[in-house]
Design a protein around this ligand. Structure first.
Ligand code: PLP
Length: 418
């Protein structure tokens, strides 16, 4: 019954400091977001105490009647939100969801075709040190060197040559929409299964602002904590055909006891994502990214060697190309950090600099949209970033502008009760 601040003052201080950081700076890491207080409540709830191996109604532990309610709600809401025949809401995180998908759809040594990590794909889509790269033969596709977009004619050619068992469509750093129907056609032509990893853009899909992969894919995996703004976790949607394989790959194939506090949080996130307010927020998210891309491609910025991959964005992030700038990715990340804006450096395709330095930035708008930012604030943020990336920025003046924006949109009022 003792509060955290008494049991462990050092950890309580880390929580306080992190809350302060989230409040006082502008969070623009494309994969991050702020969960609503209702989800913080589920995450810090008594559900964390419960073992519930198995699935609702078929558990290997007693006392699961109430966690069954939570999991059934999460399943039903995920199915309704994305129009899926089946949902598995147990994956602890996106990477775990992806391991289960691979286990369900492939045999050891089969060929997986996914977007190269260096071109915006995810670790779990075939990076050589990852489970995917170690257990399967990888045939990575790349973006086109002129357009920086995925060229479906080239994907088709490569699929015909490589005969993959599975093609994965999805990304962690790509500013455009993928053509799921074309991926489906190619998968059918070469006898592959189609897996879509919508971890990044699931929130946009839920809001109807991005094509839904569910009607095209055999299996769709996702995280819940990026644009979808729920608890840090994963889930999988499938057709009825793959239901059993996926469920058994998650448990007992991959995981033991599910994190019921996180699953309750997923149920809440899916409920919120079905609402009008959420859709409006996703609209502001995309609008913010487009305003940023527009500002960073204007002549006064471009003349200093800054550009934006593909010239713009259709989603919640912008990929800044610094190959011709005097700043490298690391310097630009550090500079923005000093100003009070958190982003991550990111390799651009065919990056001449090493991965710890990079020649790019990935900048996302979901967290600021959740904070309440609209057109006016995103224009101001874009202006601040543009000024920071030009030579000799007035860092103090930019810091003051960031502070004002943060103060105008307070976060988690009165939360520090630990
Ligand atoms: N898939 C994609 C496309 C991602 O971008 C990510 C996370 O960045 C993941 C999967 C993995 O999610 P997690 O970090 O929750 O394991």
């Amino acid at each position: 019954s003792q509060p955290l601040s008494e049991v462990d003052p050092e950890i309580a201080a880390a929580l306080s400091d992190e809350l302060g950081r989230q409040r006082d700076t502008l969070e623009m890491i494309a994969s991050e977001n702020f969960v609503p207080r209702a989800i913080l409540q589920t995450q810090g709830s008594v559900l964390t105490n419960k073992y519930a191996e198995g699935y609702p109604g078929r558990r290997y532990y007693g006392g699961c009647e109430f966690v069954d309610v939570a999991e059934n709600l999460a399943i039903q809401r995920a199915k309704d939100l994305f129009g899926a025949e089946h949902a598995n809401v147990q994956p602890h995180a996106g990477a775990q969801a992806n391991v289960a998908v691979m286990q369900a759809l492939m045999n050891h040594g089969d060929t997986l075709m996914g977007l190269s990590l260096a071109h915006g794909g995810h670790l779990t889509h075939g990076m050589k040190l990852n489970f995917s790269g170690k257990n399967y033969r990888i045939a990575a596709y790349e973006v086109d060197p002129d357009t920086y977009r995925v060229d479906m004619d080239k994907v088709r050619e490569q699929a015909l040559a490589e005969k993959p068992a599975v093609i994965v469509a999805g990304w962690s750093a790509y500013p455009r929409q993928l053509d799921f129907a074309a991926f489906r056609e190619i998968a059918d032509e070469v006898g592959a299964k189609l897996w879509v990893d919508m971890a990044h853009f699931a929130g946009l899909v839920a809001a109807g602002l991005h094509p839904n992969p569910v009607p095209h894919a055999d299996v769709v995996s996702s995280t819940v904590h990026k644009t979808l703004s729920g608890p840090r976790s994963g889930f999988i949607l499938t057709t009825e055909e793959y239901r059993k394989k996926i469920d058994s790959a998650v448990f007992p194939g991959q995981q033991g006891g599910p994190l019921m506090h996180a699953i309750a949080g997923k149920a809440v996130a899916f409920k919120i994502a079905a609402g009008q307010e959420f859709a409006e927020r996703q609209q502001r998210t995309i609008q913010g990214a487009q305003l940023l891309a527009e500002r960073l491609t204007a002549a006064d910025v471009a003349e200093h060697g800054v550009s934006v991959l593909t010239g713009g964005t259709d989603v919640h992030l912008v990929l800044v190309d610094l190959r011709d700038s005097q700043l490298d990715g690391r310097q630009a990340e550090d500079l923005l950090h000093e100003v009070g804006i958190t982003v991550n450096r990111n390799s651009v395709p065919w990056d001449p600099r090493p991965p710890m330095t990079t020649s790019g930035l990935r900048i996302g708008t979901p967290a600021l949209a959740t904070r309440g930012f609209g057109e006016t604030e995103f224009r101001e943020v874009a202006e601040i970033i543009a000024s920071a990336l030009k030579p000799s920025p007035d860092v103090e003046a930019l810091q003051a502008r960031v502070k004002k924006l943060a103060a105008d949109f307070p976060l988690y009022g009165g939360l520090e009760q630990w």
